[in-house]
Design a protein around this ligand. Structure first.
Ligand SMILES: [Mg+2]
Length: 275
């Protein structure tokens, strides 16, 4: 049974059960209509009641953060680490190649596609990823840049919503960032590249996050910076607020809302996006 049907049962029961307890004289008739509609003409019930329940159904209860480009201003470091590793095997990852293959994606998917697309043979994918991850962690140690206002935003939202972090980075990279910024405790769930088969733009990372949080995708608001990340969130059935930190707004058009600065995020805006 989907989320809406559960709400329907719950709220109709709230109406019917008290009338039964109060021994309302027309209870039999009402119950008869209620059950008849519920079990024989659900589509009619759905279309009749859905507008009234829509605000409840779509209420944002959970906030999910992407990491790179949303919290950490480290896309240049990822790019540098990737360029260095590929240069050791004689391949030049140009800015154009990095943007097309790597931005917002897992290293597994991006590196695999680069190797295949450019006919690079004889390389071990897992070794490349591990060496790049070590290079990244060394580059950010004591040198991690973050976006203005992001830590305050995370701490403020943590007072009101369960938070999750869903990143295309490796577990080790995410853990290093969480340790550097001392914010790991603020997230109930961390989903990293090791948890999924398909990375962004596939919906799997966000669907897995919702499953681990035990929340319906429709009640989640994702904060993303990349086109691939926005596609992933939207195809998972979530609301998405994009910030133009790394990509221009025209690349983020699938998002429900686009901002330039974290100070634009308020409770009113969060719930407005949910409607
Ligand atoms: Mg990102």
């Amino acid at each position: 049974m989907d989320c809406f049907k559960l709400y329907l049962l719950k709220y109709c029961s709230i109406l019917v059960i008290p009338l039964y307890i109060l021994d309302w004289k027309d209870f039999d008739k009402l119950a008869c209509v209620y059950f008849k509609m519920l079990f024989t003409d659900r589509e009619a019930v759905d279309s009749f009641l859905k507008p009234y329940f829509q605000p409840i159904l779509n209420m944002i209860t959970t906030i999910i953060f992407d990491m790179n480009g949303v919290i950490t201003d480290d896309e240049e470091i990822h790019e540098l680490a990737t360029q260095r590793i590929f240069s050791t095997i004689g391949f030049d990852v140009t800015p154009e190649i990095y943007r097309e293959f790597c931005l917002g994606r897992t290293d597994v998917a991006a590196f695999k596609d680069i190797l295949e697309q450019f006919g690079i043979i004889g390389q071990n994918l897992e070794d490349l990823i591990e060496v790049k991850s070590i290079e990244y962690q060394q580059l950010i140690a004591g040198n991690l840049k973050i976006y203005p206002g992001i830590i305050k935003l995370i701490k403020d939202l943590h007072q009101k919503y369960p938070l999750s972090l869903t990143s295309s980075s490796t577990f080790e990279e995410v853990q290093t960032v969480m340790d550097e910024l001392k914010i790991g405790d603020l997230f109930e769930v961390l989903v990293t590249s090791r948890d999924v088969v398909h990375g962004k733009p596939h919906p799997e990372p966000y669907l897995l996050t919702a499953e681990r949080l035990n929340v319906a995708p429709a009640n989640c608001l994702v904060i993303e910076d990349s086109e691939n990340g926005v596609k992933s969130a939207k195809s998972a059935g979530m609301k998405c607020l994009a910030i133009s930190n790394t990509e221009s707004p025209d690349k983020l058009g699938l998002a429900d809302w686009i901002i330039e600065d974290y100070s634009e995020i308020t409770d009113d805006l969060i719930q407005k996006i949910g409607l």
